[in-house]
Design a protein around this ligand. Structure first.
Ligand code: ADP
Ligand code: F6P
Ligand code: MG
Length: 460
């Protein structure tokens, strides 16, 4: 496995579009009970039934937070009311502020793992975000100067007037118990609840000056990891809309592939609005080779594709058989080369039978992914390739054998002949430093090792 990891380090990657500041709160029982007291347990319960899909007022936040705590599922809900900044800041002291967004997290991870080159792009780059990137020669931000493409360290490329985007992350821990009225709730899994800022000023796009250089950037790298589409809004006050930005996003992928047929991984993230979610899936997935997502997200996607019952089963029971079935549907309907699903207890790849990698190789790639996540969960951050070993010391979760058994059962029940499907149990850290970004870490490890394995076989 180490040799595959070493081959992956030789790769160069392009990343776009989101770099945020994650302001993290470690949620305690007292925080939760105080919020419930402030807003009233009956009000919270009622709003939980309404299931608000964006945060406009405090009760929306508390309702969705409690829902996430009750299910123990990773969720993200957009914050659309800028006036709520003060409300949050008066109530929470942020324990940590660190780089966030798929680009921010994956850029620092790959740069610290000594990958050959990481070109990280975000349409906004304020000083605060630039300072959070690791300062290493292999992590660069693309700018256009005198009509030429120049790759600079983020700290030399930030723009004074760019907005800073702060997301609030609520880290919750398994076993936390609190009362909602007479109901005692115990959090079933550790995870994170993201309050994702969605404001007019931040557009998910490649700025016009850089756009003509995307084919050149494609030539410079071995693959691209794209994410951030979840930040597109339905409509903007200047008349632009989601269709406009998605058309631009499709153009970007075509340009990146224009001079060299690089593989594209799309890291999916929660999109609450059903219409928007559907648009992102139908516009972007068909242009991607590989897609990664967590268990809430696969359920959301299946809902959009018209499989609400299967979606509910996956969300509520996380059964392997259902995930295999759902994964096959997504792989086929959107015609992906490979789909990677990360859940609390297992990681899964689904590809078509003709994928050049063997099942054993696909498993190795997932092993690298979970090892990196375990290292990050143990240490908080991966600072050097040496940290990989820390992940290797984390044991598989206690349901490891059960996972394998259930998978064999699922394969017997379902038609799987036309596919290669592999599964591994996660190496699960009991008391993670934080969980936000572990999925991004898994997907970066999985996709880059997948590319490295293809390259070994002369297939890429
Ligand atoms: N304590 C932990 N130790 C190791 N891996 C973990 C731990 N908690 C979660 N993970 C892994 O991280 C994944 C989280 O992915 P995801 O929800 O996409 O997070 P994010 O979007 O914040 O990166 C889980 O599916 C699981 O595989
Ligand atoms: O959708 P947004 O606002 O770019 O935020 C994505 C969020 O997902 C993460 O990248 C984790 O996957 C967080 O670091 C970040 O806050
Ligand atoms: Mg994720």
């Amino acid at each position: 496995m180490i040799d595959v990891f070493q081959d992956a380090q030789k790769l160069s990657l392009y990343l776009a579009y989101n770099v945020n500041v994650d302001a993290i709160v470690y949620l305690r029982k007292e925080h939760i009970e105080k919020l419930i007291r402030e807003l009233g347990s009956e009000n919270v319960r009622r709003r939980m039934e309404d299931y608000p899909r964006e945060i406009n007022e405090p009760i929306d936040f508390v309702a969705r937070l409690i829902h996430a705590l009750k299910t123990g599922k990773p969720m993200a809900v957009p914050l659309v009311n800028e006036e709520m900044h003060t409300w949050f800041d008066e109530r929470f002291k942020y324990n940590v502020e660190r780089i966030g967004g798929q680009v921010g997290i994956i850029a620092n991870l790959l740069a610290n793992l000594d990958f050959k080159k990481v070109i990280a792009y975000s349409p906004i780059l304020a000083k605060r975000q630039a300072q959070m990137f690791v300062n290493k020669p292999n992590l660069l931000y693309p700018v256009v100067e005198n009509g030429e493409l120049v790759l600079k360290k983020p700290i030399e490329a930030y723009r004074e007037n760019d907005p800073v985007k702060v997301n609030r992350i609520f880290e919750f821990r398994k076993g936390t118990r609190f009362k909602l009225g007479n109901e005692v709730i115990e959090v079933p899994h550790s995870g994170r609840f993201i309050v994702a800022s969605r404001f007019e000023s931040i557009r998910i796009e490649t700025k016009e000056d850089l756009k003509p250089f995307l084919p050149k950037i494609g030539e410079l790298v071995d693959g691209a990891i794209l994410s951030g589409y979840q930040g597109i809004k339905k409509r903007y006050s200047d008349g632009k809309d989601a269709n406009y930005y998605l058309r631009k996003a499709k153009e970007d992928i075509r340009l990146l592939k224009k001079n060299k047929d690089i593989k594209i991984h799309v890291e999916f993230a929660s999109i609450q609005d059903r219409e928007l979610r559907k648009k992102v899936i139908y516009n972007i997935f068909p242009l991607a080779d590989s897609v990664g997502m967590d268990e809430s997200e696969i359920a959301h996607i299946l809902n959009s594709l018209g499989y609400p019952k299967l979606a509910d089963r996956i969300f509520n029971y996380n059964r392997i058989e259902d995930t295999v079935l759902g994964g096959k549907i997504i792989l086929d309907e959107l015609n992906l080369e490979i789909l990677q699903i990360h859940t609390i207890y297992y990681l899964m790849y689904i590809t078509h039978k003709d994928n050049p990698l063997s099942e054993d190789e696909l498993r190795q790639s997932l092993e690298i992914a979970t090892t990196l996540a375990a290292a990050r969960a143990s240490l908080g951050d991966i600072k050097s390739p040496e940290d990989f070993k820390v992940g290797l010391r984390v044991p598989y979760n206690e349901y490891g054998e059960f996972v394998k058994l259930r998978f064999e059962e699922a394969k017997r029940k379902l038609r799987t002949r036309e596919y290669k499907i592999v599964i591994i149990p996660t190496r699960l850290v009991k008391n993670p430093v934080s969980t936000v970004g572990l999925g991004d870490t898994i997907s970066a490890g999985a996709f880059t090792s997948y590319l490295a394995l293809l390259r070994r076989k002369g297939m890429y």
